[in-house]
Design a protein around this ligand. Structure first.
Ligand code: NDP
Ligand code: GDR
Length: 371
């Protein structure tokens, strides 16, 4: 039986990867942070009572900023595979907390690699690093592939650049089986609520059900190559099963603007929007409603506005990946289309909005969460 250690197991990707590895018969260990409230909602359905005879999922308290803690966990688990998914993963937040982001995302990666080496695990343990299309930043080539030069545009991306190269360095210097997955944006109903796709599916669902009035957005022209997280974690596992460690771009090869994502979300709710105004004065107005998903709305309502607060000090305007290498070498192709993903995300968020609407109608206080 193989043992794996996942940092970031409580996040979007960590939860899907843990499901996948449990289904493959792995003993899965995950690092969770101490928080003042429970933070395991995404993995509660696979959580096992630690008092069970042999639980296949085990959680350890820890943090990527804590070297001795990481070394102790590595020593205890002796993992065959480590997936380093833990990160301060929000690009906009990295401008607010650049030093913390560097500590977790860059030095945290080094701490894990050095821990593997320190414990003499470099011949046993395979290492996956969650690298990112944000490395391309101000893009030097369209579409972006493994050989495209990097030009990071945020403290997050600069920290991930260090993590990318230190992973390559430990592979070359110490013969560690270490890979970078350069993953383009991937989403799901488990996506954090402040990333743009989930902010849209959740925000418009709440507005449709009368829990909120307007969605305030940043740059609607940004272009992203969006896939489904479930498809992408399969690739993370595949990368560690090859004869030789290599880095791969994972993407769909199709890009859309944020505005198009809003239109698709609205369409799944039975709403058609017209875009009026320009620049910071642009807004989205309801021009037709079909079906019964938006009882709180009427034609003419303004449901999307721009708030410059969500503009970034330096923006990544366009990202488009070329996953040819992953297709040819690993036989990987994404299975879930963008429209199927939007449908799944809207269904999930609309269901939640309806539940909250019901509670509100019975007089209970409901918080929609504000950023
Ligand atoms: P999430 O933000 O959903 O999850 C991040 C995880 O990291 C959470 O489990 C979080 O814990 C944990 N974490 C945060 N800070 C620390 C810390 N100091 N020590 C230990 N753990 C920490 O990210 P995703 O699942 O979307 O992404 C997974 C990884 O892939 C990240 O490294 C991200 O940067 C990278 N990536 C993501 C892409 C995407 O589109 N989703 C694309 C390319 C790369 P908690 O739950 O307590 O907050
Ligand atoms: P990104 O994802 O920065 O690409 O990083 P995010 O969903 O935050 O932004 C995508 C694009 O949408 C624009 N945008 C907004 N973004 C947010 N969050 N909120 C808004 O209101 C808004 N309005 C417009 C952004 O400016 C941006 O251009 C994600 C993270 O998961 C990283 O960890 C990962 O490495 C990359 O994807 C690949």
């Amino acid at each position: 039986m193989k043992k794996t250690l996942i940092t970031g197991i409580t996040g979007q990707d960590g939860s899907y990867l843990a499901e996948l590895l449990l289904a493959k018969g792995y003993e899965v260990h995950g690092i969770k942070r101490r928080a003042s409230l429970f933070n395991t909602e995404r993995i509660d359905h696979i959580y096992e009572d630690p008092h069970a005879a042999h639980p296949m999922l085990k959680l350890h308290y820890g943090d990527l900023t804590d070297t001795s803690n990481l070394i102790r966990i590595l020593q205890e688990v002796q993992p065959d595979e480590v997936y380093n998914l833990g990160a301060q993963s929000h690009v906009a937040v990295s401008f607010e907390s650049p030093e913390y982001t560097a500590d977790v995302d860059a030095i945290g990666t080094l701490r894990l690699l050095e821990g593997i080496r320190f414990l003499g695990l470099e011949k046993k343990t395979r290492f996956y690093q969650a690298s990112t299309s944000e490395l391309y930043g101000l893009v030097q080539e369209i579409p972006q592939k493994e050989t495209t030069p990097f030009y990071p545009r945020s403290p997050y991306a600069v920290a991930k650049l260090y993590a990318y190269w230190i992973t390559v360095n430990y592979r070359e210097a110490y013969g560690l089986y270490a890979c970078n997955g350069i993953l383009f944006n991937h989403e799901s109903p488990r996506r954090g609520e402040t990333f743009v796709t989930r902010k849209i599916t959740r925000g418009l669902s709440n507005i449709a059900q009368g829990l909120d009035q307007c969605l305030f957005m940043g740059n609607l022209d940004a272009l992203r190559d969006w896939g489904h997280a479930k498809d992408y974690v399969e690739m993370q596992w595949l990368m560690l099963q090859q004869d030789n460690p290599e880095d791969f771009v994972i993407a769909t090869g199709i890009q859309y603007t944020v505005r198009e994502f809003i239109n698709k979300t609205a369409a799944h709710l039975g709403i058609e929007l017209a875009w009026e105004g320009e620049g910071v004065n642009e807004f989205g107005r309801v021009v037709s409603i079909t079906g019964e998903n938006a009882p709180a709305l009427k034609v003419g309502d303004i449901v999307v506005k721009i708030d410059p607060r969500y503009f970034r000090p330096a923006e990544v305007e366009t990202l488009l990946g070329d996953p040819t290498k992953a297709k040819e070498r690993l036989g990987w192709v994404p299975k879930i289309t963008l429209d199927e993903m939007v449908e799944e995300m809207v269904a999930y968020d609309l269901d939640k909005a309806k539940q909250h609407g019901l509670l509100k109608s019975k007089g209970f206080r409901v918080s929609v969460g504000r950023e």
